[in-house]
Write a protein that binds this ligand. Structure first.
Ligand code: HEM
Length: 508
């Protein structure tokens, strides 16, 4: 059976090769493509450049081919943009032309074929979804509504670390605990729900499924199915696991949605009657469904997008920040001094304080510069043929902005490889997180930029601030530093190995 499949695939490959050569000849005549390595038929540049096109590999290729170059990956064009000027062109000036998302066999499954917002093509559906999600999740109102609960979550983590003798001696792992904190922060906003602890069966199940989804979606193992569609039959097993994982996650989301529907049905207070009360975000989404603006699938995928957009990005960034502070004690001391000086003795940081702590913000900015959660943003796409920097960009090209390189290019930054938050108080003091300078765009810019920035920053400030106020964060005994080797996925960046760190209580 497999041999038959292989035979068919090879036959199809032969025809595809012939067609590809013919098409590429035609294309060469029609298009003035950006520079790049010379592609071979069928495989394009895939065999030359490999699968692992992470931000560092792409930065090296940019040095060779320039600020804009194209890689032909099988049948897909991958256009890489590596200068602030061209990033502005893609994200802002031609934000509509380049405002769609690429299709991918795996992301098609995890987005229900674009029923969500994050992977939807630029157009009416995306606009409607973004509008409906903005009111409950992405306006500045979420901050006063939820900052108390973000403070409580951070306080409860601090308390646990204080009580754990391992934390102050040999050190403890932080990843799962940070995941719990972020699941609680996000589920409170969505469903007015929190989990009882790392062993709460609901949390264990949801967390496992979220991690599984992230690993499957960010793996490089399925690229060939996107590059050369006739190879897709070989991906059947992988795609089945994706479908199964997706189904299980949707069932978990359905559980929370149904639970909330039951509460709404039994409540006498209706959301629209009581603007003063705090209602979880899902109420607003269900109201949009009731009005017929969106369907049940859209509701499920909104929950999915908030899970993926909100939890992993902040967790991983906090994980990086803690590692950097352990490895850079002088930065940590300076941050403690700021917190001790600005806040009255014994007072724990709350959201309003975050606006008067410039060094804390600088530490967070520096973490997001050096260890950008999404170093290539989320891939963009042009639905129609387009022009960029005088070159032709064929329709449906995948456009990756190498945001990490923009923020780490030594031509634009002093000693970019150093973790030095002071840069944001000195030579880069004008640089904000909202993209006022196209060298620094960790949240993207323009139409498809991150709407979650409104909650991500205060949660980051409160959580990191509380940890640094309460503990000296130290490398475990016998170790010289935390290993900060990176693991890059399709477009994400994580710390490679989960690490242990010591939290030695401070008296404040
Ligand atoms: C450190 C935290 C975060 C970082 C660094 C980050 C970064 C980003 C980036 C780079 C993009 C893509 C921009 C582009 O393609 O041009 C994005 C999109 C998005 N983010 Fe975030 N994000 C963070 C937190 C959050 C949070 C907390 C939420 C929600 C609760 C969220 C929800 C989203 C959504 C829904 C999109 C898709 C927007 C669209 O396609 O229209 N993010 N984020």
């Amino acid at each position: 059976m497999d041999l038959l499949l292989l035979e068919k695939a090879l036959l199809a490959l032969f025809f595809a090769a012939t067609v590809a050569v013919a098409i590429s000849r035609l294309r060469r005549k029609r298009f003035k493509l950006p520079p790049g390595p010379i592609p071979v038929p069928v495989f394009g540049n895939w065999l030359q450049v490999g699968d692992n096109l992470n931000h560092r590999v792409l930065a090296k290729l940019a040095k060779k081919y320039g600020d804009i170059f194209v890689l032909r990956m099988g049948q897909q064009n991958l256009v890489i943009v590596s200068s602030p000027e061209l990033a502005k062109e893609v994200l802002k000036t031609q934000g509509v032309e380049f405002g769609s998302r690429t299709r991918s066999v795996v992301f098609d499954i995890f987005s229900g074929d674009g029923q969500d917002m994050t992977f939807a093509a630029y157009g009416d559906h995306w606009r409607k979804m973004r509008r409906i999600m903005t009111v409950p999740f992405f306006t500045s109102k979420v901050v006063p509504q939820y900052s108390r609960s973000w403070e409580e979550e951070a306080a409860s983590m601090v308390e646990e670390f204080r009580k754990n003798p391992q934390a102050s001696t040999n050190g403890i792992g932080v990843r799962i605990r940070l995941q719990l904190l972020m699941h609680n922060n996000i589920y409170r906003i969505m469903f007015d729900k929190t989990f009882e602890g790392e062993n709460d069966p609901l949390f264990v199940n949801l967390h496992d499924l979220n991690i599984k989804r992230a690993v499957l979606a960010h793996s490089l193992a399925y690229n060939y199915g996107d590059f050369i569609p006739i190879f897709r039959p070989f991906l059947r097993g992988y795609l089945n696991i994706c479908k199964e994982t997706n189904e299980k996650r949707l069932q978990v989301f359905d559980f929370f949605i149904q639970e909330r529907k039951n509460v709404i049905a039994s409540s006498t207070i209706k959301r629209r009657d009581n603007q003063g009360l705090r209602f979880p975000g899902i109420d607003h989404i269900l109201e949009a469904q009731e009005k017929g603006e969106i369907n049940e699938e859209n509701v499920r995928y909104i929950v999915e997008n908030v899970n993926i957009g909100g939890i992993d990005t902040v967790t991983r960034s906090l994980e990086w920040a803690i590692a950097e502070l352990a490895n850079n004690p002088e930065v940590q001391k300076k941050l403690q001094l700021e917190l001790d000086t600005v806040l009255e003795r014994g007072l724990q940081i709350t959201e309003p304080d975050t606006h008067k702590l410039p060094y804390l913000l600088a530490v967070i900015k520096e973490t997001l510069r050096l260890r950008m959660a999404l170093p290539l943003l989320v891939p963009h796409m042009n639905i129609n043929d387009a022009k960029l920097d005088g070159y032709d960009i064929p329709a449906e090209s995948r456009i990756s902005v190498n945001a990490w390189w923009l923020a780490n290019n030594p031509a634009h930054w002093k000693d970019p490889e150093q973790f030095r938050p002071d840069r944001f108080l000195e030579e880069e003091s004008h640089v904000q997180v909202n993209g006022n300078d196209f060298r620094y765009i960790p949240f993207g810019v323009g139409r498809r930029s991150c709407p979650g920035i409104v909650m991500a920053l205060p949660i980051f400030c409160i959580t990191l601030g509380r940890l640094v106020q309460n503990f000296d964060i130290l490398v475990p005994p016998g170790q010289s530093e935390i290993d900060t080797a990176e693991r890059a996925g399709q477009f994400s960046l994580h710390i490679l190995k989960p690490y242990k760190v010591v939290f030695k209580p401070r008296s404040i």
